[in-house]
Design a protein around this ligand. Sequence first.
Ligand code: SF4
Ligand code: SF4
Length: 368
Amino acid sequence: MAETGFIQKEKLNDFIKELSKDAVVYAPCLEGDTVLFKAFDADKTVCLDRPANNPPKLAIFPQSETLFNFTYIKDTEDPKKMSVEIKANTEFPKAVIFGSRPCDANGFLIYDRVYIDTNTPDPYYMGRREKTTIVTLCCNAPSPGCFCVAVGGGPANNEGSDVLITELEKGYFVEAVTEKGKAVLNAPQVESGASYADEAHKKQLESEKLVKNPFGKDCQPEISMSLFDSDEFWEKYLSKCLSCGACTYLCPTCYCFNITDEQMLNNGERIRSWDGCMFPHFTLEGSGHNPRPTKFKRFRNRVGHKFVYYPEKYNGVIACCGCGRCIRYCPVSVDISEVVSYLRGSQPDVSSGTKENAVTDTVKQEQK
Ligand code: SF4
Ligand code: SF4
């Protein structure tokens, strides 16, 4: 089976249609001015000009899914007895994520450690993950707020992808990364790619140089725990947060969920839905006590989870892939890369991305 190929630009739509013949294809589609990952159909316009506003995590970890249906059945002979019949939904269709970015694919590796590489794998996540092929587009130019190179990734990184494609002048160079990915190269729109390999690899190297590292040169690799523990630091930094939770929903590495039962008289369904640690009710206990009652405590947990606790548990791997979405779409410009720069004892590089929101002088003072 071929390991590289090439798709002419005018054949890309037919290629995506070909993939959708035997799989649900999730692709970045235009919705007005917005680009959103959606299940592709012939009426939609795929847009690869910029990363989608939302990550493709919904293809493997849907925003809401029925885990199982249940029915209570009364014993007709003995009305005091009742049994419950459960029907789990673990049949998943073959799927392709087309047009994810390297940071998005990396996000699935962060999920895998939690949902698959554990003593209690999650059958829903694992089932979808196994049936999904991830076709990733290299980023030829960074978007505002991107910082993948600062967290172990890169605009042409192939980790987590089954296929990597690189946009060239006349078309797309296609490289299979895994065995699963090789099947994609069998589509009739894919021609021989060998003569485009050098051009593609040159482009990939160039793109690497374009992404800025917002963690300044003097940035320490470790977070200062005294600053991390300082309530005052977080309180001042987070006073503008609206607790809207957009940063968690748009994050390709946020994986928290809630479970609810929706029940009629004698039947119902158990539903899993995304949750987010920036919501006030996230840690609210039945007693009424909330261990994270304020937004600054919730944000400290969000940053801590990605840059302290997850790396402690998984050999230093940071649970942020630097996609920049939480920075681009936060309505009040809270910037996680900026706050991590401060926590690592550095002034953030405000020339990269959307760093117009500097931390207040008082907070800078806090570091001294
Ligand atoms: S997106 Fe911004 S305002 Fe909304 S919860 Fe996240 S940090 Fe707060
Ligand atoms: S924390 Fe922000 S930059 Fe990091 S992966 Fe999540 S959305 Fe992207």
